[in-house]
Design a binder for this molecule. Structure first.
Ligand code: PGA
Length: 253
C-alpha cells in the first residue's frame, strides 16, 4: 500500500515549551502506526533537534523542516540550507507552501532548485501545490496545479520523483475553516496522479503519496482520507491541539 501520512505543520506557532508539551501529549497516546503509516512534524527550525529526539525512538514518527534555502551555502544571513538539515538528521522538508510562495516570493523555478537540494541531501520534499480562490472560481485549477508540478518537479528522473510526497492545498481552504469536499479533493488528487502518470507512467504515479491540506480537522479527516487518491493530510491549525492531531493520525487508512 502507498504510504499514508499525517503531517503537522506548526507554522510560526508555539514556544519551545509549548511545542515540547504538544509532542509529549501526542506521543503519550501511543498510537501504533502500521508500516505504511507515518506521522511527520514540520516544526520551526529551532525546534528540530528537540523534535527529532522526541520522535526518534518511535516507529514511523519523523521530524520535518518547514523550508530550506534554494542555494547550497553562502552569504544568506538568516537562512538554512538543505545540507544543514541533513547534518541534523532531518529527513523531510516542506517545500513551496503557499504562504512562502505568497509572502516570500517563491517561484516554481526556485522550488525546483530547493527540491534538487533536498534530494542531494537525502531529504524527502513534502512539495505543496494548490490554487487560489479566483482560479477555482474560474474552473482552471487543474491547469494551474499541473503547471506547478511541471515547473518544479518534472525535471526529476523517475527514481527521484517516486520518493517525493505531494500536498495539494487549495489556498482558499487554508486556515479558513472551508474544506474542499471529498469530491473536490478526490477529483483533483486523481488528476494530479494522472499528470504524473502521463510523464512517468502509472507505476511511479501510484507510489507517490498525495496529501490533502486546508482545514483538515479531527471531524473531517476520516472522510477526506477515505478518498482513493487522498493519502493523508498536511495539517496546520488542528495539529496544534494534541487531541485533534491524535484523531487525525488515527484517521489514516
Ligand atoms: P490549516 O493549514 O490546516 O490550518 O488550514 C494547512 C496548511 O497550511 O498546511
Amino acid at each position: 500500500m502507498r504510504k499514508q501520512i499525517a503531517a503537522a505543520n506548526w507554522k510560526m506557532n508555539c514556544t519551545f515549551q509549548q511545542g515540547e508539551k504538544l509532542l509529549d501529549d501526542i506521543l503519550s497516546a501511543e498510537i501504533e502506526l502500521a508500516s505504511h503509516q507515518l506521522a511527520i512534524f514540520a516544526v520551526p527550525y529551532p525546534y528540530l533537534l528537540m523534535t527529532r529526539s522526541e520522535v526518534e525512538e518511535e516507529q514511523n514518527y519523523y521530524v520535518a523542516a518547514q523550508n530550506c534555502h534554494d542555494k547550497k551555502f553562502g552569504a544568506y544571513t538568516g537562512e538554512v540550507s538543505a545540507a544543514m538539515l541533513h547534518s541534523m538528521n532531518v529527513n523531510y522538508c516542506v517545500i513551496g507552501h503557499s504562504e512562502r510562495r505568497e509572502y516570500n516570493g517563491e517561484t516554481n523555478a526556485m522550488l525546483a532548485d530547493k527540491v534538487n537540494l533536498c534530494f542531494e541531501n537525502f531529504i524527502t520534499p513534502l512539495f505543496c501545490c494548490g490554487e487560489p480562490l479566483n482560479i477555482r472560481e474560474a474552473g482552471t485549477q487543474n491547469d494551474y496545479v499541473a503547471v506547478q508540478l511541471k515547473e518544479s518537479l518534472f525535471h526529476l528522473p523517475a527514481d527521484k520523483i517516486k520518493n517525493i510526497v505531494i500536498a495539494y492545498e487549495p489556498i482558499w481552504a487554508i486556515g479558513t475553516g472551508k474544506t474542499a469536499s471529498t469530491e473536490q479533493a478526490q477529483e483533483i488528487h486523481q488528476y494530479l496522479r494522472s499528470v504524473i502518470a502521463g510523464q512517468y507512467g502509472e507505476a511511479v504515479a501510484n507510489e507517490i503519496p498525495i496529501l490533502y491540506g486546508g482545514s483538515v480537522k479531527a471531524n473531517n479527516a476520516k472522510e477526506l482520507f477515505s478518498c482513493a487518491d487522498v493519502d493523508g493530510g498536511l495539517v496546520g491549525g488542528a495539529s496544534l491541539v494534541a487531541a485533534d492531531f491524535i484523531e487525525i493520525i488515527k484517521a489514516l487508512k
